[in-house]
Ligand binder design. Structure first.
Ligand code: ATP
Ligand code: FE
Length: 335
Protein backbone atom coordinates (compact mmCIF):
# COMPACT_ATOMS: atom_id res chain seq x y z
CA UNK A 1 0.00 0.00 0.00
CA UNK A 2 1.11 3.52 -0.80
CA UNK A 3 -0.03 6.35 1.45
CA UNK A 4 0.28 9.95 0.32
CA UNK A 5 0.66 12.35 3.25
CA UNK A 6 -0.10 16.07 3.15
CA UNK A 7 1.06 18.57 5.79
CA UNK A 8 0.01 22.23 5.75
CA UNK A 9 -0.59 23.20 9.39
CA UNK A 10 1.72 26.19 9.58
CA UNK A 11 4.26 27.58 7.11
CA UNK A 12 5.63 24.43 5.45
CA UNK A 13 3.82 22.86 2.51
CA UNK A 14 4.80 19.21 2.50
CA UNK A 15 3.91 15.94 0.74
CA UNK A 16 5.37 12.46 1.19
CA UNK A 17 4.78 8.89 0.09
CA UNK A 18 5.24 5.97 2.46
CA UNK A 19 5.15 2.24 1.76
CA UNK A 20 5.24 -0.24 4.62
CA UNK A 21 6.81 2.28 6.98
CA UNK A 22 9.50 3.18 4.46
CA UNK A 23 9.58 6.74 3.18
CA UNK A 24 9.75 6.81 -0.62
CA UNK A 25 9.68 10.59 -0.89
CA UNK A 26 9.51 13.50 1.53
CA UNK A 27 9.14 16.93 -0.07
CA UNK A 28 8.94 20.20 1.90
CA UNK A 29 8.48 23.71 0.52
CA UNK A 30 9.43 26.10 3.31
CA UNK A 31 7.87 29.54 3.01
CA UNK A 32 10.59 32.20 3.07
CA UNK A 33 8.17 35.13 2.99
CA UNK A 34 7.63 35.15 6.79
CA UNK A 35 11.28 35.97 7.59
CA UNK A 36 10.68 39.59 6.65
CA UNK A 37 7.94 39.82 9.30
CA UNK A 38 9.78 38.05 12.13
CA UNK A 39 7.04 35.42 12.45
CA UNK A 40 4.41 33.53 10.50
CA UNK A 41 1.73 35.74 8.89
CA UNK A 42 -1.35 33.46 8.62
CA UNK A 43 -2.87 35.08 5.52
CA UNK A 44 0.43 34.89 3.62
CA UNK A 45 0.88 31.28 4.75
CA UNK A 46 -2.42 30.11 3.28
CA UNK A 47 -1.74 31.90 -0.01
CA UNK A 48 1.69 30.26 -0.29
CA UNK A 49 0.16 26.83 0.49
CA UNK A 50 -2.23 27.31 -2.42
CA UNK A 51 0.66 28.03 -4.76
CA UNK A 52 2.83 25.20 -3.46
CA UNK A 53 0.50 22.30 -2.87
CA UNK A 54 0.09 20.94 -6.40
CA UNK A 55 3.78 21.16 -7.39
CA UNK A 56 4.83 19.67 -4.03
CA UNK A 57 2.48 16.68 -4.47
CA UNK A 58 3.68 16.15 -8.06
CA UNK A 59 7.26 16.15 -6.83
CA UNK A 60 6.47 13.67 -4.05
CA UNK A 61 4.80 11.24 -6.48
CA UNK A 62 7.61 11.66 -9.02
CA UNK A 63 10.34 11.02 -6.44
CA UNK A 64 8.46 7.98 -5.12
CA UNK A 65 8.25 6.81 -8.72
CA UNK A 66 4.52 6.13 -8.56
CA UNK A 67 1.45 7.38 -10.38
CA UNK A 68 -1.43 9.01 -8.53
CA UNK A 69 -3.52 5.96 -9.47
CA UNK A 70 -1.18 3.84 -7.31
CA UNK A 71 -2.03 5.78 -4.14
CA UNK A 72 -4.06 3.62 -1.70
CA UNK A 73 -5.21 6.46 0.59
CA UNK A 74 -4.46 10.10 1.30
CA UNK A 75 -3.69 11.33 4.82
CA UNK A 76 -3.67 15.01 5.74
CA UNK A 77 -3.23 17.21 8.81
CA UNK A 78 -6.66 17.92 10.28
CA UNK A 79 -5.23 20.06 13.11
CA UNK A 80 -4.00 21.68 15.23
CA UNK A 81 -2.63 24.63 13.27
CA UNK A 82 -3.56 27.81 11.44
CA UNK A 83 -7.07 27.48 10.04
CA UNK A 84 -6.29 29.09 6.68
CA UNK A 85 -3.29 26.81 6.23
CA UNK A 86 -5.11 23.65 7.33
CA UNK A 87 -7.97 24.35 4.92
CA UNK A 88 -5.68 24.26 1.89
CA UNK A 89 -4.38 20.77 2.75
CA UNK A 90 -7.85 19.53 3.69
CA UNK A 91 -9.51 20.80 0.50
CA UNK A 92 -6.77 19.38 -1.69
CA UNK A 93 -6.92 16.00 0.06
CA UNK A 94 -10.71 15.76 -0.10
CA UNK A 95 -10.69 16.46 -3.85
CA UNK A 96 -7.87 14.00 -4.41
CA UNK A 97 -9.67 11.25 -2.45
CA UNK A 98 -12.96 11.95 -4.18
CA UNK A 99 -11.41 12.08 -7.66
CA UNK A 100 -9.54 8.80 -7.24
CA UNK A 101 -12.18 7.14 -5.07
CA UNK A 102 -9.71 6.28 -2.31
CA UNK A 103 -9.99 6.62 1.50
CA UNK A 104 -9.36 9.95 3.22
CA UNK A 105 -7.56 9.96 6.58
CA UNK A 106 -7.45 12.95 8.94
CA UNK A 107 -4.34 13.12 11.14
CA UNK A 108 -3.57 14.97 14.39
CA UNK A 109 -0.30 16.87 13.82
CA UNK A 110 0.92 16.41 17.42
CA UNK A 111 0.22 12.68 17.29
CA UNK A 112 2.20 12.61 14.06
CA UNK A 113 5.22 14.29 15.70
CA UNK A 114 5.19 11.34 18.15
CA UNK A 115 4.39 8.54 15.70
CA UNK A 116 7.18 9.75 13.38
CA UNK A 117 9.25 7.30 15.45
CA UNK A 118 7.57 4.41 13.63
CA UNK A 119 9.01 5.47 10.28
CA UNK A 120 11.52 2.75 9.42
CA UNK A 121 15.12 3.98 9.35
CA UNK A 122 18.43 2.16 9.40
CA UNK A 123 19.67 4.15 12.40
CA UNK A 124 17.13 3.27 15.05
CA UNK A 125 14.31 0.94 16.05
CA UNK A 126 10.89 2.26 17.15
CA UNK A 127 10.18 2.80 20.86
CA UNK A 128 8.36 0.07 22.78
CA UNK A 129 4.99 0.70 24.43
CA UNK A 130 4.46 2.18 26.90
CA UNK A 131 6.80 5.10 26.30
CA UNK A 132 7.03 8.75 27.30
CA UNK A 133 7.02 11.30 24.52
CA UNK A 134 8.29 14.82 24.98
CA UNK A 135 6.91 16.90 22.13
CA UNK A 136 8.77 20.16 21.80
CA UNK A 137 7.79 22.35 18.89
CA UNK A 138 6.89 25.85 17.78
CA UNK A 139 3.38 25.68 19.21
CA UNK A 140 3.48 22.92 21.85
CA UNK A 141 5.42 21.56 24.79
CA UNK A 142 3.88 18.33 26.05
CA UNK A 143 4.75 15.26 28.06
CA UNK A 144 2.67 12.39 26.71
CA UNK A 145 2.25 8.86 28.00
CA UNK A 146 1.89 6.65 24.94
CA UNK A 147 0.32 3.24 25.63
CA UNK A 148 -0.51 2.37 22.02
CA UNK A 149 -0.48 4.07 18.62
CA UNK A 150 -3.69 5.91 19.32
CA UNK A 151 -3.79 5.73 23.10
CA UNK A 152 -2.05 8.87 24.26
CA UNK A 153 -2.46 10.85 27.45
CA UNK A 154 -0.98 14.30 28.06
CA UNK A 155 0.50 14.18 31.57
CA UNK A 156 1.98 17.68 31.50
CA UNK A 157 2.25 20.69 29.25
CA UNK A 158 3.22 24.33 29.08
CA UNK A 159 1.18 26.92 30.92
CA UNK A 160 2.21 29.69 28.52
CA UNK A 161 4.75 29.78 25.65
CA UNK A 162 5.97 26.70 23.80
CA UNK A 163 9.66 25.87 24.00
CA UNK A 164 10.13 26.70 20.29
CA UNK A 165 8.70 30.14 21.00
CA UNK A 166 11.16 30.56 23.87
CA UNK A 167 14.00 29.89 21.41
CA UNK A 168 12.53 32.11 18.69
CA UNK A 169 11.64 35.03 20.98
CA UNK A 170 15.04 34.95 22.68
CA UNK A 171 16.63 34.95 19.23
CA UNK A 172 14.52 37.94 18.23
CA UNK A 173 15.73 39.85 21.31
CA UNK A 174 19.28 39.11 20.14
CA UNK A 175 18.44 40.50 16.71
CA UNK A 176 18.55 37.13 14.95
CA UNK A 177 16.17 36.43 12.03
CA UNK A 178 13.08 34.19 12.31
CA UNK A 179 12.99 31.33 13.10
CA UNK A 180 15.88 31.86 15.47
CA UNK A 181 15.90 28.44 17.20
CA UNK A 182 18.38 26.84 14.82
CA UNK A 183 20.64 29.92 15.02
CA UNK A 184 20.73 29.90 18.82
CA UNK A 185 21.73 26.24 18.51
CA UNK A 186 24.48 27.09 16.03
CA UNK A 187 26.05 29.85 18.19
CA UNK A 188 25.48 27.86 21.41
CA UNK A 189 27.83 25.16 20.19
CA UNK A 190 30.68 27.70 20.24
CA UNK A 191 29.89 29.28 23.60
CA UNK A 192 30.17 28.83 27.38
CA UNK A 193 26.84 27.57 28.79
CA UNK A 194 27.70 28.62 32.37
CA UNK A 195 28.60 32.22 31.61
CA UNK A 196 25.17 33.84 32.14
CA UNK A 197 22.80 32.01 34.49
CA UNK A 198 19.06 32.41 33.74
CA UNK A 199 16.36 31.32 36.21
CA UNK A 200 14.30 28.18 35.62
CA UNK A 201 10.59 28.91 36.18
CA UNK A 202 9.03 27.05 39.11
CA UNK A 203 5.73 25.36 38.27
CA UNK A 204 4.28 21.87 38.89
CA UNK A 205 6.68 18.92 38.41
CA UNK A 206 5.26 17.98 34.98
CA UNK A 207 4.31 21.50 33.87
CA UNK A 208 6.35 23.94 31.82
CA UNK A 209 6.53 27.73 31.70
CA UNK A 210 8.69 29.74 29.33
CA UNK A 211 7.32 33.27 29.38
CA UNK A 212 9.50 34.21 32.38
CA UNK A 213 12.65 33.11 30.59
CA UNK A 214 11.87 35.36 27.66
CA UNK A 215 11.43 38.30 30.06
CA UNK A 216 14.69 37.53 31.90
CA UNK A 217 16.54 37.45 28.59
CA UNK A 218 14.93 40.75 27.56
CA UNK A 219 15.82 42.56 30.83
CA UNK A 220 19.32 41.11 30.85
CA UNK A 221 20.00 42.25 27.27
CA UNK A 222 18.48 45.70 27.87
CA UNK A 223 20.64 46.18 30.96
CA UNK A 224 23.86 44.97 29.35
CA UNK A 225 23.45 46.80 26.04
CA UNK A 226 22.67 49.94 28.06
CA UNK A 227 26.17 49.68 29.50
CA UNK A 228 27.84 48.45 26.32
CA UNK A 229 26.00 48.80 22.98
CA UNK A 230 28.20 46.06 21.49
CA UNK A 231 27.44 43.57 24.27
CA UNK A 232 25.50 41.18 21.99
CA UNK A 233 28.11 41.09 19.22
CA UNK A 234 30.91 40.50 21.73
CA UNK A 235 29.12 37.75 23.66
CA UNK A 236 26.72 36.14 21.17
CA UNK A 237 28.02 32.58 21.55
CA UNK A 238 28.01 32.64 25.36
CA UNK A 239 24.54 34.21 25.52
CA UNK A 240 23.13 31.58 23.14
CA UNK A 241 24.89 28.74 24.98
CA UNK A 242 23.52 29.99 28.32
CA UNK A 243 19.94 30.30 27.05
CA UNK A 244 20.10 26.87 25.42
CA UNK A 245 21.59 25.22 28.51
CA UNK A 246 18.83 26.67 30.69
CA UNK A 247 16.12 25.33 28.38
CA UNK A 248 17.73 21.91 27.96
CA UNK A 249 18.26 21.51 31.73
CA UNK A 250 14.66 22.47 32.31
CA UNK A 251 13.37 19.91 29.79
CA UNK A 252 15.58 17.22 31.31
CA UNK A 253 14.30 18.06 34.83
CA UNK A 254 10.73 17.53 33.61
CA UNK A 255 11.64 14.24 31.95
CA UNK A 256 13.26 13.03 35.19
CA UNK A 257 10.07 13.93 37.07
CA UNK A 258 7.94 12.08 34.52
CA UNK A 259 10.13 8.96 34.67
CA UNK A 260 9.90 9.03 38.46
CA UNK A 261 6.13 9.39 38.37
CA UNK A 262 5.37 6.76 35.69
CA UNK A 263 8.30 4.36 36.05
CA UNK A 264 8.65 4.41 32.26
CA UNK A 265 12.21 4.69 30.96
CA UNK A 266 11.54 4.55 27.21
CA UNK A 267 11.80 8.19 26.16
CA UNK A 268 11.04 9.57 22.70
CA UNK A 269 11.25 13.21 21.67
CA UNK A 270 9.50 14.84 18.75
CA UNK A 271 8.75 18.21 17.18
CA UNK A 272 11.02 20.88 15.71
CA UNK A 273 13.03 21.56 18.86
CA UNK A 274 14.17 17.92 18.97
CA UNK A 275 16.55 18.98 16.18
CA UNK A 276 18.43 20.91 18.89
CA UNK A 277 21.97 19.62 19.49
CA UNK A 278 21.79 20.35 23.23
CA UNK A 279 18.72 18.24 23.89
CA UNK A 280 20.07 15.47 21.65
CA UNK A 281 23.30 15.35 23.62
CA UNK A 282 21.52 15.49 26.99
CA UNK A 283 19.32 12.55 25.99
CA UNK A 284 22.26 10.51 24.77
CA UNK A 285 24.02 11.17 28.09
CA UNK A 286 20.87 10.14 29.99
CA UNK A 287 21.09 6.66 28.46
CA UNK A 288 24.32 6.12 30.36
CA UNK A 289 23.56 8.14 33.50
CA UNK A 290 20.00 7.00 34.18
CA UNK A 291 19.62 3.80 32.16
CA UNK A 292 16.93 5.32 29.95
CA UNK A 293 16.35 4.13 26.42
CA UNK A 294 16.05 7.28 24.34
CA UNK A 295 14.73 7.79 20.83
CA UNK A 296 15.55 10.85 18.75
CA UNK A 297 13.99 11.21 15.29
CA UNK A 298 16.09 11.77 12.20
CA UNK A 299 16.51 15.49 11.62
CA UNK A 300 14.10 15.64 8.65
CA UNK A 301 11.32 14.01 10.72
CA UNK A 302 11.69 16.51 13.62
CA UNK A 303 10.50 19.73 12.01
CA UNK A 304 7.23 19.81 10.09
CA UNK A 305 7.14 17.17 7.36
CA UNK A 306 4.59 15.03 5.57
CA UNK A 307 6.38 11.70 6.10
CA UNK A 308 5.06 11.66 9.67
CA UNK A 309 1.54 12.38 8.39
CA UNK A 310 1.82 9.54 5.87
CA UNK A 311 3.14 7.27 8.65
CA UNK A 312 0.07 7.92 10.81
CA UNK A 313 -2.04 7.47 7.66
CA UNK A 314 -0.59 4.02 7.17
CA UNK A 315 -1.18 3.03 10.82
CA UNK A 316 -4.79 4.24 10.55
CA UNK A 317 -5.24 2.56 7.15
CA UNK A 318 -4.29 -0.80 8.70
CA UNK A 319 -6.93 -0.25 11.39
CA UNK A 320 -9.49 1.00 8.86
CA UNK A 321 -9.65 4.34 10.69
CA UNK A 322 -10.96 6.35 7.76
CA UNK A 323 -12.47 9.84 7.80
CA UNK A 324 -15.70 10.89 6.16
CA UNK A 325 -15.59 13.53 3.38
CA UNK A 326 -17.24 16.05 5.71
CA UNK A 327 -14.33 15.98 8.18
CA UNK A 328 -13.64 19.50 9.49
CA UNK A 329 -10.22 21.14 10.06
CA UNK A 330 -9.53 22.09 13.68
CA UNK A 331 -7.24 24.93 14.74
CA UNK A 332 -7.19 23.47 18.25
CA UNK A 333 -7.39 19.74 18.50
CA UNK A 334 -7.26 17.15 21.27
CA UNK A 335 -5.86 13.63 20.80
P1 ATP B 1 3.47 22.66 16.22
O1 ATP B 1 4.10 21.39 15.80
O2 ATP B 1 3.39 22.82 17.70
O3 ATP B 1 2.20 22.94 15.52
P2 ATP B 1 5.32 23.94 14.45
O4 ATP B 1 4.83 22.89 13.53
O5 ATP B 1 5.36 25.37 14.00
O6 ATP B 1 4.48 23.86 15.79
P3 ATP B 1 7.82 22.61 14.35
O7 ATP B 1 8.03 22.79 12.89
O8 ATP B 1 7.59 21.25 14.85
O9 ATP B 1 6.73 23.59 14.97
O10 ATP B 1 9.06 23.27 15.09
C1 ATP B 1 9.48 24.57 14.77
C2 ATP B 1 10.21 25.12 15.98
O11 ATP B 1 11.41 24.38 16.20
C3 ATP B 1 10.63 26.58 15.82
O12 ATP B 1 10.31 27.27 16.99
C4 ATP B 1 12.14 26.48 15.64
O13 ATP B 1 12.85 27.60 16.09
C5 ATP B 1 12.45 25.27 16.48
N1 ATP B 1 13.73 24.66 16.12
C6 ATP B 1 14.07 24.04 14.97
N2 ATP B 1 15.36 23.63 15.00
C7 ATP B 1 15.84 23.98 16.23
C8 ATP B 1 17.09 23.83 16.89
N3 ATP B 1 18.12 23.23 16.30
N4 ATP B 1 17.20 24.32 18.14
C9 ATP B 1 16.15 24.91 18.75
N5 ATP B 1 14.97 25.10 18.19
C10 ATP B 1 14.80 24.64 16.94
FE1 FE C 1 4.89 20.77 14.03
Amino acid sequence: IYILGIESSCDDTAAAVINNGVVLSNVVATQKIHEAYGGVVPELASRAHQQNIVPVVHEALRKANIDKKDVSAIAFTQGPGLMGSLLVGASFSKSFALGLNIPLIGVNHMQAHILAHFIKTEEQAAPNFPFLALTISGGHTQLVKVTDYFEMEIIGETLDDAVGEAFDKSAKILGLPYPGGPLIDKYAQLGDPDRFPFPKPKVGPLEFSFSGLKTSVLYFIERETGADPEFIEKNRNDICASIQATIVDYLMDKLKNAVKKTGIKEIAIGGGVSANSGIRKALNDAEKSYGWKTYIPKFEYCTDNAAMIAMVGELKYKQQMFSSPDIVSQARMKF
